[in-house]
Each structure stands twice: as C-alpha cells, then as structure tokens.
Design a protein around this ligand. Structure first.
Ligand SMILES: [Zn+2]
Length: 139
C-alpha cells in the first residue's frame, strides 16, 4: 500500500529546521501556517449529522488559501470555469514570462525591483514583436 504524503505533514516535520537556515517572508510564513492548519481542529470544525440515520461526521474547516494544495483544487476548478465563460471567440495568445531560477533569492528579497524589471522587459519584448509586420500570423 502506497504511503500518502501531504504538504502539511512535511511542513509540520521540517519547517522549523528549514527556517533555521532560510528566512521566510511574513507572507510565506502565513501560507505555511495556513497549509499546516488546514482541515485541522485549529481552524474549527462542524459536526454534521444525517437526519435519517443519525450518522455523525466531523468536518474540519479549510484555510481557503490559494496556495494550499487541499483547497486549491476546488477553487482553481471554479476559477477556470469562470474564466472559460469570459474567453472571447477570437484567436489570441497566452504568453508566460518567467525569471531564471538563479534570481529567486533576489526576487524574494527585492520583489518590487525584480518584478518591475521583469515587467519592463516583458513590455519591451512585446512592443518589439508588435512592431514586426505579420509577426502575429498563425502558421
Ligand atoms: Zn487549505
């Protein structure tokens, strides 16, 4: 039988040691705490009972953090469904710009500066593409 590992269990076991070596931002600490507390007694619970058979079930509250793997699936499904209603019936491009992993540390320390540079570079790149004739035609 395969063992199931949850991010919450890994954080509970290793986050304190990780924090001894790596600094977390306030936001990162909050996310970790939400994931650790999700669907536990720490966030409260509801007692559900069937009216017919009187079966009882304790349902623990979810953190609803967008980074939480237990909560993300349902929320992201709802988001995707909502976005699909807004997609126009026309050709379009979905572009993703990423930073090299070597800049992750700098992005954590100076997010405003790094992401400002990224968006500036993205804007320059897209502007150059837009100025090329026929660069947008699908093949
Ligand atoms: Zn959650």
């Amino acid at each position: 039988m395969a063992t199931t590992h949850h991010v919450a269990d890994i954080l509970a076991q290793h986050l304190s040691n990780y924090k001894k070596v790596h600094a977390l931002t306030y936001q990162q600490q909050r996310v970790c705490q939400h994931i650790k507390d999700c669907r536990t007694v720490k966030l409260g619970a509801q007692q559900w009972q069937c009216d017919r058979c009187e079966h009882n079930k304790t349902v623990y509250c979810a953190c609803r953090d967008r980074h939480c793997p237990q909560c993300q699936g349902h929320v992201s499904e709802q988001w995707s469904e909502q976005q699909s209603k807004d997609v126009i019936n026309a050709p379009y491009f979905h572009l993703v710009f990423t930073l090299p992993h070597e800049l992750n540390g700098l992005a954590r320390q100076y997010p405003r500066e790094i992401y400002s540079c990224l968006f500036h570079a993205v804007w320059q790149t897209l502007s150059q593409f837009a100025q090329r004739k026929n660069s947008y035609k699908a093949r």
